[in-house]
Design a protein around this ligand. Structure first.
Ligand code: FMN
Length: 345
């Protein structure tokens, strides 16, 4: 009798090299202000992702030297390689911020030219910079020349539908020495509406030979596979879908690596992650801020689960850390002995 062996998994993407690092799993956790702090990045890292990025840090904030800014740049040796993301429009401030990021242990410095927020765009930073290609080149050249780690760039596809310039910006980035480009397939005018245009990501990919990471609307393994097929991107970045559901990273990772999707978490596994997140929130931020952040993050974990609406409503009323912990444990483990909590279809 011949023995059946399962074929070796066939990765959809081969990974790439970035400076001193080999990124074998080209799956990146999206930088998200107010979300991807060190506690959440630690939680996400356990799902085997290749790269994490801090929340955006404004170069002006670096100059002001606030304690909060320092905390945003705290990294965990276990999350390496990790990128610190900076933003700004004045080359000398961005250069100072990049040097500061490297001084804080960043393996890569990521420059944000994708942020659509009015306050940021008003200072001609974030996605507003895409309207001024010579400024883009000046900032990128200055930063690449100032630090000895790879500098990467994150962009949208342009300011609005009429002025899309994703291919030109991609070429400028490559010419300036940018080591990796992430493209969120929306224009600034779209904010977060409509759909990300994965073909536009493909246009950037075709224009350059540096690794291009596709971003926008990845919610599971299937969407990741489809983005890779449509755009030909070298890696995938996941953002909003991770909020309250870091397990999605395991699913996307499996899709990219050609492996079988992991089983959905049991109630005990779900609580294990929620507990770890809460523990990291407390140790990183202290009780007051941790409590506030828990009120945002922890109810997300209940989305689609039985009793979610009641849990969310009740959780907002707990202000003491011990109460929050007890309420979360009771809900996520299940008061009746912890049968697996089925997701509501
Ligand atoms: C709450 C929130 C905060 C964000 N903050 C940042 C940021 O600091 N830097 C950045 O480059 N993009 C930021 N983004 C954009 C995401 O990185 C990502 O490009 C976008 O959400 C699209 O990916 P998704 O469809 O997987 O969410 C943020 C998005 C959200 C929803």
């Amino acid at each position: 009798m011949t023995q059946q062996t399962s074929p070796a998994p066939q990765a959809l993407l081969p990974g790439f090299t970035l400076g001193a690092y080999r990124i074998d799993v080209p799956l990146v956790l999206a930088p998200m202000a107010g979300i991807t702090d060190l506690p959440f990045r630690r939680v996400c890292k356990r799902f085997g992702i290749g790269l994490t990025v801090t929340e955006m840090i404004a170069s002006r904030a670096v100059e002001q030297g606030r304690e909060r800014t320092e905390r945003m740049a705290e990294l965990d040796p276990g999350e390496r390689p990790v990128s610190i993301q900076i933003a700004g429009a004045e080359p000398h401030f961005v250069v100072d911020a990049a040097r500061w990021a490297v001084g804080h242990g960043a393996d890569f410095v990521d420059i944000n030219m994708g942020c659509p927020v009015k306050k940021v765009c008003k200072q001609v930073a974030g996605s507003a910079m895409l309207r001024d290609e010579s400024l883009v080149a000046r900032v990128l050249t200055a930063v690449v020349g100032a630090v000895d780690v790879p500098v990467t760039l994150k962009i949208r596809t342009g300011w609005d539908e009429k002025s899309k310039n994703v291919e030109r910006i991609a070429r400028i980035a490559e010419d300036c020495g940018i080591a990796m480009l992430t493209v969120h397939g929306r224009t600034r005018a779209q904010m977060f509406h409509g759909h990300a245009n994965w073909e536009d990501i493909g246009r950037a990919k075709a224009a350059v030979s540096i690794p291009v990471i596709g971003n926008g609307d990845i919610v599971d393994g299937d969407s990741a596979r489809e983005m890779i097929r449509v755009s030909g991107c070298d890696g995938v970045m996941v953002g909003r879908a991770v909020q309250g559901n870091p397990w999605v990273l395991g699913e996307v990772r499996a899709a990219i690596m050609g492996e079988a999707p992991p089983a959905p978490p049991t109630a005990a596994e779900r609580w294990d992650v929620v507990y770890e997140h809460m523990r990291h929130l407390l140790s990183h931020h202290g009780e007051r801020t941790a409590s506030k952040l828990a009120r945002k993050h922890i109810p997300w974990y209940s989305k689609g689960l039985h009793g979610s609406a009641e849990f969310r409503a009740a959780f907002q009323h707990y202000h003491a850390w011990d109460e929050q912990m007890a309420a979360a444990e009771a809900y996520f483990l299940g008061l009746d002995g912890g049968p697996e909590l089925a997701r509501v279809a």
